[in-house]
Design a protein around this ligand. Sequence first.
Ligand code: PXG
Length: 287
Amino acid sequence: MSRQIYLSGKFVPQEDAKISVFDHGLLYGDGVFEGLRSYDGKVFRLHEHIVRLYESAKAIWLTIPMSQDQMCDAVNESVRINKIDDGYIRLVVTRGAGTLGLDPNRCSHPQVIIIADAISLYPKELYEKGLEIITVSVQRMHPAALNPRIKSLNYLNNILAKIEGLQAGCIEALMLNHKGEVAECTGDNIFLVRRGALWTPPLEAGILEGITRDAVIECAQAAGIEVRETPLTKHDVYIADECFLTGTAAEVIPVVKVDSRPIGPGQPGPVTRDLEQRFKRLTQTSS
Ligand code: PXG
């Protein structure tokens, strides 16, 4: 189905939604993005995604040429005119067309792109049985090189990890940081359950502050589950009772094997199941 794409101020049919080959988003990965979900026509945690987008942009000295309110309106309008109920929204802001050189000052106008489309989900079976993942040799970027909190268009770090995972037969891969601590997966945050508490790496481990991560932490707190944001090692993962991943696309998905080791009894655990349900209710009740 042909979509109406928001492109810097107006909606155009996807066939006409084109940007310059001189855009530094393409030439250098110079830009930022967000991936959002809509449930029953309502965008989940829109405000939080927009705030993160503008914070990512600020961190790379990119001025988005519209207000946060205007951006929220444009996202809602994209969902509405494309008649998306349960869907996926990709928000991209590029540095804009410039010259063949790194200098962002030579780019005139940042480009704002909003694509609202159907979502392709992981197979249902994986939610029932749980995922098998591996830790990959590709390290998560050092925060002093490019802070993983910035959701930039430069996703090669994650793509290289994803390829390594796929080559080992895993659709998601666990990345460690430069200190050898657990960081996150290529497009998901990681959680462990041990001794009844929830454990997840802190932001200082060099990870994206996931919107789903925040929502799941809230769900856990509401359920009276203790949440500990603390540095974790691979060993902590191996000896966990339960493990799951969170992300806009995956929502909450159980992990049952890491580096060929079964986690707990090798089946999705009760805390994971409870949080899956709580998160699902949140998506159905809030916008
Ligand atoms: N870590 C990384 C590196 C991510 O890219 C998450 C964690 C989870 O964050 P959220 O805010 O989604 O809970 C992400 C999110 C895509 C796609 O199209 C990627 C993400 C989200 C949505 C779509 O690949 N990554």
